[in-house]
Design a protein around this ligand. Structure first.
Ligand code: PMP
Length: 361
């Protein structure tokens, strides 16, 4: 089998070892003569998978006991509305940073639930930069402060966390979770879709400090209430079992391969290969974002013309390098270098980029 080099922004590359493990166990789970996806989610087979996925998140991210870890359906998108429903208490304000497409969606949903204050809006710089971490301030009556650690489409990433004192910090880490070391105790909640750095699509992860869960109002219907999910250890209803199995295997792979510190080193190395080429080149490739906030996960770059960008994407694809087209809302090119993308794929891409600029520059 000849595998493509996958630079997709999500769902995206999953290590081949993980895919093979899923395939080998798909019809006959661990030699039990039955598939994991055809037994009850209350059966021991699934229970072990569920608890292992949660335990691995806890271990790899150093999550203390006063946090609950959940995997729920609905993606990060459902969290955009569940967060204000659960934590934006009456009479309070939710602070949001508008850093681009994903932050905007979170803001739009929160505004339908309660009072929202946008503390920073990057529209003047076309969402190509971020505010200084110490320059942002929360409202006096802030319920929480929400931001997006990595804008998957815009290609910008916070390098330091906003400094907002005791105000609960909530972060959408969909596209850089498990790729950088961070202190979870700085956050009241971290969440995101699993389909980038954790496994196949179908669930979102939530890590929520337990004191925040006390805010979930009883008036919420069951599925929308985070405290009910936490009480039932994310088993209130049938969980996305296939996805969570994939997450467990992906996290075991992360652990076998050196944990987050190694993922972080590799993310710097892989993104460095491309940014070095952009910075040291003759201007053929250009990064449209502030160099202080360039993402290590989603690298956006421009070529001298849209025609050349289209040709670049087409020729790369013909050579097996897939999904290098930028998001339709911003154009250009984008290479996503999640944990499942090996260094060798990036080296091949850099070689291709050099050749392409030589031929067309
Ligand atoms: N936030 C960010 C930063 C994302 O990249 C995405 C998906 N690309 C989402 C939220 C939405 O996630 P989901 O599709 O899981 O709802």
């Amino acid at each position: 089998m000849s595998r493509k080099l996958n630079f997709s922004a999500g769902p995206c590359a999953i290590p081949l070892e993980v895919l093979n493990e899923m395939q080998e166990n798909m019809a006959d789970f661990q030699g039990n003569g039955i598939s994991l996806v055809e037994v009850s989610h209350r059966h021991k087979f699934y229970d072990d998978v569920h608890n292992s996925a949660i335990a691995l998140m806890k271990e790899l991210l150093n999550v203390p006991d006063n946090y609950s870890i959940l995997f729920l359906g609905g993606g990060a998108t459902l969290a955009f509305s569940m967060i204000p429903m659960n934590f934006l208490t009456a009479g309070k304000t939710a602070d949001y940073v508008n850093s681009g497409t994903w932050a905007k969606k979170a803001i739009s949903d929160a505004k339908k639930i309660g009072n929202v204050n946008v503390v920073y809006d990057g529209k003047d710089n076309k969402y190509s930069s971020l505010p200084d971490a110490s320059s942002v301030t929360a409202s006096n009556d802030s319920a929480y402060f929400h931001f997006t650690s990595n804008e998957t489409i815009g290609g910008i990433q916070w390098k330091e966390w906003p400094k907002v004192g005791d105000v609960p910090l909530i972060c959408d880490m969909s596209s850089d979770i498990m790729s950088r070391e961070f202190d979870i105790e700085k956050f009241a909640m971290v969440y995101g879709g699993v389909q980038k750095n954790l496994g196949p699509a179908g669930a979102a992860f939530m890590i929520i400090r337990n004191d925040l869960l006390e805010r979930s109002p009883d008036s919420l219907t069951a599925y929308l209430n985070y405290s009910i999910h936490a009480e039932k250890a994310a088993m209130y209803n049938t969980p996305p079992v296939f996805t969570i199995w994939g997450v467990k295997l992906f996290l075991e792979w992360v652990k076998r391969n050196g944990g987050i510190s190694e993922m972080s080193r590799l993310a710097d190395k892989k993104s460095g290969l491309i940014y070095d080429l952009i910075d040291s080149g003759d201007g053929f490739y250009r990064s449209p974002v502030d160099s202080a906030y360039r993402s290590t996960m989603n690298l956006v770059f421009r070529l001298p013309s849209e025609a050349l960008e289209a040709q670049f994407v087409k020729e790369a694809s013909a050579e097996g390098m897939m999904f290098l087209k930028g998001h339709r809302s911003v154009g250009g090119c984008r290479a996503s270098l999640y944990n499942g993308v090996p260094v060798s794929s990036v080296e091949t891409l850099v070689g291709f980029m050099k050749e392409f600029s030589k031929k067309n520059g």
